[in-house]
Design a protein around this ligand. Structure first.
Ligand code: FES
Length: 593
């Protein structure tokens, strides 16, 4: 009874195996199924890789093992599946010594990081959530940095779809949140990002490569061309121009200014989605490395040149021509910024935000002009604007239709994108940014058009003398109550009150943000929920634990509460994958419970 080494366990006597056809080896390891078939011995993980059903209860025919749960079929020798949705079943070596059968009880791969990298590639290519979940879990367990996983998924998404999409936006939003998430949530965040990218690419034609021009025109020419090609909707020309700008080694800030100027050729393009996607592509490159700019950045051009501008909509033309207001203000921007140049210390962000919520679009534009004259930089304007848009969500009246949440959401995430772009562009040489500042003007008009969403305005909890003493005081109790509120429909006001309670008592906002993130990650969240969460956290970070910061987080909570709960099917997939990867016997656990 000599064991080959201590990693091997005795499965049984060969004659016994021949007689029974199969044996299961239990111990401090995964259950292992040993099968005798046509004179050969095979050993496999006894848990079906799909959902853990014991494979010992399956059947073998023609060297194919069939699981009797959902009928996935596996090659006995390699463990490879014929049904890709089920994943391959791990196999393990066997040795026969002195008439006894020994099996190696440790499963593993010579290079786990490389193995799970390949499995993630497989899962993405075939859009199989379970394989994606296991591969993400496997990579993290192999100490692959999360940024490497994001890079693999982002480049897959860029190459396997003809343009930036919802999936890459979700991936980037969740990757941005990783630093504020507890470690155990990183798996779930990366899984959601990866599965949404895979779903976006499923059945899509891959992206066709374009090349930069052979020349290297100066920046002013490239910017002018990019705006022109966007205007005339010439995608190839715009892509080649952008690729040339990247090949010329222009900095991310300069590229951001050029692309923002081009995108704002149309007002509030595609209800803000075009700029949202552009901003996320820039943020994605911050995460995965700017050496991938040529692969990633041109993916936003298709939507940018094809986008429908708000100038084509009646609401922007009648009864007030908002586009004309923006155009007039744009023509004045060089002079306004020249007046404000050299004036330092402008800090009336919150006051400007309140003015931007006014009912007169011309006065709202005047408020921006006054701020510029007083020294406000583009990033100051965009910060005020984003806060004002968050207030629109925070005060969203419950009498509105449910679909109206998305109207408020679009303005908030658009203005956040404008704000992030101007943070990237910076304040040096403001005159160079005049065209891009149209993004602020357009955002201000989109905000004006959504004023009806605050009629009547929802009360901001904890203000105007409202007491919140009916709510718990303990931080963990408040957060548990918040998750419970998200677990029920239409708890919009309660969710906001709990967030206000948490923050006004001085409890750490980081724990509250982690709770909000958990509330999103456990759901089959819609695209907008991820955007709202991430934009809210970004804006909260800018304002800090202040009145304004509180308003922003309770806006996030109100939106999320209006969209929770969901079926949580993705969470179930993630949970099954995690338990299988950790060695759990899912089926037996389910039977015992
Ligand atoms: S096919 Fe085996 S558990 Fe589903």
């Amino acid at each position: 009874m000599d064991a080959p080494n201590k990693e091997f366990a005795l499965a049984g006597n060969l004659e016994e195996l021949k007689a029974k056809g199969r044996l299961v080896v239990h111990g401090g390891h995964r259950p292992i199924l040993v099968i005798y078939d046509r004179g050969r011995i095979f050993a496999l993980d006894n848990r079906c890789p799909h959902m853990g059903f014991p494979l010992e209860r399956g059947s073998v025919e023609d060297s194919i093992l069939t699981c009797h749960w959902h009928h996935a079929r596996f090659d006995l020798e390699s463990g490879c599946t014929f049904d890709l949705w089920a994943d391959d079943v791990p196999i393990c070596p066997i040795e026969v010594r002195n008439g006894d059968v020994w099996v190696k009880t440790t499963f593993g791969h010579a290079d786990p990081a490389a193995h799970w990298h390949q499995r993630l590639a497989d899962g993405l290519a075939h859009n199989i959530g379970l394989v994606i979940a296991k591969a993400v879990h496997g990579q993290l367990a192999a100490d692959v940095p999360p940024a490497d996983v994001v890079r693999q998924v982002a480049l897959f998404g860029a190459q396997n779809r003809d343009g930036w999409g919802v999936g890459l936006t979700i991936l980037t939003a969740l990757a941005n949140l990783l630093p504020v998430l507890p470690e155990e949530e990183a798996y779930l965040a990366l899984f959601h990002g990866a599965r949404r990218v895979a779903a976006d690419c499923d059945g899509e034609a891959p992206r066709r490569e374009r090349a930069p021009l052979g020349s290297r025109p100066v920046l002013a020419v490239l910017k002018r061309w990019l705006r022109y090609w966007t205007n005339v909707r010439h995608r190839e020309a715009a892509e080649r121009t952008l690729l040339t700008a990247i090949a010329a080694g222009l900095s991310p800030a300069v590229l951001a200014n050029a692309v923002l100027a081009a995108d704002t050729e149309r007002a509030f393009a595609d209800t803000g989605h075009s700029l949202d996607f552009i901003n996320k592509a820039f943020e994605c490159l911050d995460l995965i490395g700017w050496e991938h700019a040529a692969a990633l950045l041109p993916t936003v051009v298709g939507q940018m040149v094809a986008a429908r501008g708000a100038e084509e909509s009646t609401a922007w033309r009648q009864p007030v021509d908002l586009v004309a207001l923006c155009n007039e203000a744009t023509s004045q921007l060089p002079e306004l910024f020249a007046t404000g140049h050299g004036v330092h210390g402008w800090s009336d962000h919150a006051a400007l935000a309140r003015e931007l919520l006014g009912d007169d679009p011309a006065r709202n534009i005047d408020a921006l002009k006054t701020a510029i004259r007083a020294g406000a930089a583009p990033a100051d304007l965009s910060r005020s604007l984003a806060y004002a848009a968050a207030l629109r969500v925070a005060r969203f009246g419950n009498a509105n239709e449910h679909a109206d949440w998305e109207t408020a959401h679009h303005v908030f995430t658009y203005t956040n994108a404008v704000d992030q772009m101007f943070k990237r562009i910076g304040s040096v040489n403001t005159i160079d940014h005049v065209a891009a500042v149209r993004g602020v003007l357009h955002g201000a008009m989109a905000l004006y058009l959504t004023r009806y969403l605050n009629v009547p305005p929802a009360r901001i909890p904890g203000e105007g003398g409202e007491q919140l003493d009916d709510l718990p005081t303990n931080a963990e109790t408040i957060r548990a109550a918040l998750l419970d509120a998200f677990d029920r429909q239409r708890q919009v006001d309660l969710a906001a009150r709990l967030v206000a309670r948490h923050l006004t008592l001085g409890h750490p906002p980081q724990a509250l943000i982690a709770t909000l993130a958990h509330a999103v990650l456990r759901e089959d969240a819609g695209f907008h929920a991820y955007q709202m969460l991430e934009a809210g956290v970004r804006q909260f970070t800018a304002w800090g634990d202040s009145n304004e910061g509180r308003h922003i987080l309770l806006a996030v909570a109100r939106y999320l509460a209006a969209h929770s709960p969901t079926e949580r099917a993705a969470l179930q997939t993630a949970d099954i994958a995690q338990r299988l990867m950790r060695g759990g016997e899912l089926h037996q656990e389910a039977e015992a419970s």
